[in-house]
Design a protein around this ligand. Sequence first.
Ligand SMILES: NC(=O)c1ccc[n+]([C@@H]2O[C@H](COP(=O)([O-])OP(=O)(O)OC[C@H]3O[C@@H](n4cnc5c(N)ncnc54)[C@H](OP(=O)(O)O)[C@@H]3O)[C@@H](O)[C@H]2O)c1
Length: 322
Amino acid sequence: MLYRQLGKTGLEVSVLGYGCWAAGKQWDNASDDASIRAIQTAIDHGINFFDVAPVYGYGHAEKVLGKAIEGRRDKIFIATKCGLNWDAQGRTYRNLTRENILREIDESLRRLGVDYVDLYQVHWPDPNVPLEETFTTLDELKKSGKVRHIGVTNFNISLIEQAKQYTEIVSNQVLYNMIDRNSDDYHGLDLNYRSDSEILSYCEREQLGFIPYSPLCQGLLTDHFDRAALSDKDVRVFNRQLQGEALERNLKIRAELQEVAGDYGRPLAQLALRWLIQKPGVTSIIAGSLNEKHVQENLAAFEWTISDSDLERIDKILTQFD
Ligand SMILES: NC(=O)c1ccc[n+]([C@@H]2O[C@H](COP(=O)([O-])OP(=O)(O)OC[C@H]3O[C@@H](n4cnc5c(N)ncnc54)[C@H](OP(=O)(O)O)[C@@H]3O)[C@@H](O)[C@H]2O)c1
């Protein structure tokens, strides 16, 4: 496993991290046993950075992660989030008030069964609450020891610069994969940032951790992807890249990428992860996994390298429809 420093924190996080959304069981084929075994296999192989959020399965993913890491807390870094709440119907809404953050951190710690988290991330900006209220509250949590570092996700540069007045921000987690390099939408939510053209170089310059989410484009960048097989209950049906014309275009790109992966005798998921591993500025790639087999296959992305000429070939494939 390769490790890189998360921003200026001194935390050496694994370049392949682990995303726990699917452990919340809002994805087809997810089960608690398989998720727990997958997380434990990941730890056995040196993966030490686990990303989760209260909203993943409405508390469930945090509980599953907490169970999986029992007795091994000191071996891993936990990154959870705040500011996305849900109602009785499962509709989500943003809430970054002081009162809500103070409630959420205690609930996360209880579900995870830990007394601190390593990285506490603001999940999405909340235009209804002043940044000062949110980030001074987070700064207090840092001083209290409940959180070690503060990060953001889905923030543009201007918002980060404003938030920095109130506390130290160490990372930004954004949508980034071969297909979503500069996307403006995620599951119907506006992304007011461009990952490749703005955030990546900004994070490098400012020494912030850059954490790409949905690195496999939620399964599209794998050999077994089958859109028709996703049930209506699977959250991925809301991903615009997996619908209509975008899906048709993406399947063409995918077929060409599979040829590149085939030249190395590697599955497509590994090409997608390897491309991110070799991208300067990337800190930890929080790939989602439903089982141990995914984890093992993804780890094998460290066994080989994409040549410079193939990186150019990939670039042409990816930009042909821009
Ligand atoms: N900050 C945010 O707003 C935000 C938003 C989204 C996600 N995230 C974080 O990012 C993490 C990862 O993103 P994601 O879960 O959306 O999607 P992802 O990592 O792009 O895709 C994960 C899915 O790909 C498939 N897969 C994984 N490894 C595979 C392998 N080796 N071979 C074949 N298929 C494989 C699995 O689904 P199938 O087997 O069903 O295909 C798996 O659930 C999340 O878990 C979450 O922690 C954050």
